[in-house]
Design a protein around this ligand. Structure first.
Ligand SMILES: *Cc1c(COP(=O)(O)O)cnc(C)c1O
Ligand SMILES: [Zn+2]
Length: 407
């Protein structure tokens, strides 16, 4: 039996692995899964076999033999070296990990494979989430695979088309809530408590266990040397917290010596973590009306703020915000310099990198990994808005030739 504890990061209260609990019952603090690292050998990680999230199951909260994962081959996404993009930004050593190439098109699958496996182990009667889109798409897929009911609450009119399509197609019960994401999360948390559904938002610490494997994959691909800096978009701030935890575990196990500077990017219209970081505050001030084209990070009250601020500060990283125009420009750069198609939120990582280089806060020779969190096809409506439409043309070679020469 794998030993681990579910522990409050604020007051240290402990909860058992059979307990269905999302935040501390004593102080409402965030929970974290704690292992006995003296029981885990470095070579169990470095020499692990398999692919993707479950390759690292020695660092996941399940019994190694008994548990049958609910999996659709998530993780194992490519880490691209991006020299053309690096050159245009004025740096030397840039890599992009394209999480948009997960089965549902976002990194959420890493968390959901673990979260839904846990749900099945607990024997829950259904799973639920609030979502800006990708969480619902991913949960719908894993619930389908597990054969359990799935309920998702989406903020009305605020979810990119591809994401809603996925949730609907994979059989989730989809509700369009008259409110924003933060309202949806408030409602679903009470619903889960009262109706005994299992909540799979990123406040659920099991999800973050899956997402931390991004750190393992990055480090492994770089021959077990950590990069100097990791940059990613921040919404509810679960992913930056999870990746930081992954790097911390590698260091604890003496596999690596350092932790990369965790660098979180938010949109100008939804930046409570950036504000708290810059003002040196321990707590965020929630924003009532978050607004940005990057719908996946349109979040005013990030639940994992406490973990994220710790990750950023203790790793020597920074938090910065970017405008929607900067996000769009970065989306084009990734697409046209590197062939990497991402949704707007993901491009925030590149926009942030560019801005921080211009501000002199990032050194030219740093080894940098940007995480692109979701696929371009998630948000086709945005593409239609920002790209020139196809030119209509007669089915005639001469006409087409004239047009080809004309452009
Ligand atoms: C969920 C999501 C984010 C934000 O991640 P958090 O863990 O909420 O900070 C960023 N980009 C995409 C594409 C997402 O789906
Ligand atoms: Zn507590």
């Amino acid at each position: 039996m794998r030993e681990y504890e579910v522990k409050c990061i604020r007051c240290g209260a402990r909860f058992s692995r059979e307990d269905v609990v999302y935040t501390c019952r004593k102080c409402d603090g965030l929970l974290d899964i704690k292992y006995d690292y003296s029981e885990i050998g470095a070579e169990q990680v470095v020499k692990a076999e398999g692919e993707g999230v479950w390759k690292y199951r020695v660092l996941l909260p399940f019994d190694e033999q008994e548990t049958k994962p609910i999996t659709i081959n998530e993780g194992n996404t490519p880490l691209y070296r991006c020299d053309r993009l690096a050159k245009s930004i004025g740096i030397d050593d840039l890599w992009v990990k394209h999480e948009g190439l997960n089965p549902s098109g976002s990194f959420k699958d890493r968390g959901m494979t673990v979260g839904v496996t846990k749900a099945v182990e607990l024997g829950v009667k259904g799973v639920a989430c609030a979502s800006t889109g990708n969480t619902s798409a991913s949960l719908a897929i894993f619930a389908a695979k597990a054969g359990i009911p799935c309920y998702v609450l989406l903020p009305k009119g605020k979810v990119a088309l591809g994401k809603v399509a996925q949730a609907m197609m994979h059989g989730a019960k989809v509700f369009s809530l008259k409110g924003n994401f933060d309202d949806a999360l408030r409602v679903v948390r009470v619903l889960c408590e009262e109706e005994k559904l299992y909540l799979l938002n990123s406040v659920n610490p099991y999800r973050l266990e899956g997402q931390k494997t991004i750190a393992f994959e990055v480090t492994e691909k770089l021959d077990w040397e950590v990069p100097d800096r990791v940059i990613l978009p921040v919404g509810n701030a679960g992913n930056i917290s999870a990746i930081f935890k992954g790097f911390s575990e590698l260091k604890t196990l003496d596999i690596t010596d350092d932790i990369p500077k965790m660098t979180g990017i938010q949109a100008e219209g939804a930046k409570p973590i950036v504000n708290a970081f810059k003002e040196g505050k321990a707590e965020i001030i929630p924003e009532d009306k978050p607004e940005t084209i990057a719908s996946a990070i349109r979040i005013g009250n990030p639940v994992n703020a406490a973990k994220a601020l710790h990750a950023i500060r203790s790793s020597g990283g920074v938090a910065e915000s970017v405008t929607d125009d900067e996000i769009t420009e970065a989306q084009f750069m990734l697409a046209r310099l590197e062939g990497i198609g991402v949704e707007p939120a993901s491009a925030a990582s590149i926009a942030g990198l560019k801005k921080l280089v211009e501000m002199g806060k990032i050194e030219r020779d740093e080894r940098i990994v940007c995480i692109t969190t979701g696929h371009l096809l998630k948000d086709p409506e945005r593409v239609i808005k920002i790209c020139e439409p196809p030119k209509e043309v007669d089915a005639d070679v001469d006409v087409v030739r004239a047009m080809v020469k004309g452009v």
